[in-house]
Write a protein that binds this ligand. Sequence first.
Ligand code: NAP
Length: 257
Amino acid sequence: MSTAMNHREHSSPPLLSLSGKKVVVVGGKTGIGLGIAHAAYAAGASVTVASRRITSAEERRDLANFEQVTLDICDEAAVRKAFDNIGPFDHLAVTAGPDLGTWGTFMDDDMRGVRSYIENKFLGSWACARYAAPHLRAGGSITFLTGGLAARHKSGFSAVTSAFVAVESLSGSLALELAPTRVNTIRPGYVDTNLWRVMSDNEREALRAKVRESFPARHAGTADDIGHAALFLMTNPYVTGTVIEVSGGENLVPSVF
Ligand SMILES: NC(=O)c1ccc[n+]([C@@H]2O[C@H](COP(=O)([O-])OP(=O)(O)OC[C@H]3O[C@@H](n4cnc5c(N)ncnc54)[C@H](OP(=O)(O)O)[C@@H]3O)[C@@H](O)[C@H]2O)c1
């Protein structure tokens, strides 16, 4: 028997298949979460997207394939109730996060900015994992989302860096505590989503151009790029407790913003 035939036998079913699996993406109605939801659906999963509001199919036809659930990740009771209602499922991704610029700076008059950022990004990720964990089936996984600031300090971003590092640390701890459920984190670089809507169209185009010019991958990252990485983490049974950088090489070049 040829090597090629053996290889074909071993690769069935497809390595990245989520057929028969149920995936929940918290933050999955927009941006990076939507990229993950699309990737999971395309791989055969049934997909539930959760965020603070339900959006009608007339408003957003691209959400028609997904079940929608409302939850505010800063509201522990709501998170618990949402996962109790969702019931058994296979893979959780938590991509929800605050809008740009809501974190304040270290020398602000008070600590409202950092408190609300940590409450959302860190404790929100914690709450989702905590209340999803009892419902995850055997072979399940949790994927968190941080960003390049976890590994690169930048003046004015102390709250973001601290929250991202905390999430990555939680991810490793949970890989042990929830084993054999696998727990990983994606650390994206710049991703061209509406998170950047605080910038004018011209500013956004200038940023994209800088990214295309300077990042080694020579393109502005897309939500689909991150969806692809999430699919890998959900389907590879030997990856746990790791942080995977999906940044087009942003970590290798000077900051673009
Ligand atoms: N885009 C980038 O370049 C980039 C780079 C590095 C890291 N990141 C990380 O990725 C996260 C998401 O980025 P994105 O580009 O996907 O942004 P996005 O499109 O603005 O997505 C954020 C999502 O989070 C949901 N959300 C926000 N607060 C919530 C809450 N309290 N409870 C439940 N859902 C909540 C929002 O839905 P509702 O408004 O409907 O609740 C929205 O769907 C960021 O916060 C950051 O941590 C992004």
